[in-house]
Design a protein. Structure first.
Length: 131
């Protein structure tokens, strides 16, 4: 089980570092090749830091990591829904932004599901069902 936890934590941290890198690169002036919705860019760059922190939290305490992953998933889903609405209303939201936000949402759902599975597994030493 520890190997699965380490894989999930590594995915969370690497995904966060990549998000920080991509977001700050565009914030500093790099052209991604599509229309940039600045509030989404700022959100994603900031969330990259949260993703790394979530990985560290999950490494230390899988149950807390599960809760953080759930919160990140919900936040990303809310933002995805908002930008999809803006896109359908004709605002300047790139399809690439919708795809990237969809990917972030799916990744964090998968991480939440993985952490949840670890917490519910009888083989996980650190889980206390009533805690």
């Amino acid at each position: 089980m520890k190997i699965t936890q380490n894989i999930l934590v590594t995915v969370a941290v690497l995904f966060g570092l990549l998000t920080i890198f991509a977001g700050t690169r565009v914030l500093l002036g790099s052209n991604p090749g599509y229309i940039v919705f600045r509030p989404l860019l700022i959100y994603n760059a900031a969330m990259g830091i949260v993703y790394v922190a979530a990985g560290i939290i999950a490494w230390r305490n899988i149950k807390q990591g599960m809760y953080v992953a759930a919160a990140i998933f919900v936040l990303n889903l809310i933002v995805l829904t908002a930008i999809f609405f803006l896109y359908t209303e004709g605002n300047s939201i790139a399809v690439d932004s919708l795809r990237a936000m969809s990917l972030r949402t799916v990744v964090w759902f998968a991480l939440f599901a993985g952490f949840w599975w670890l917490c519910r597994s009888n083989k996980f030493d650190g889980f206390k069902p009533d805690a």
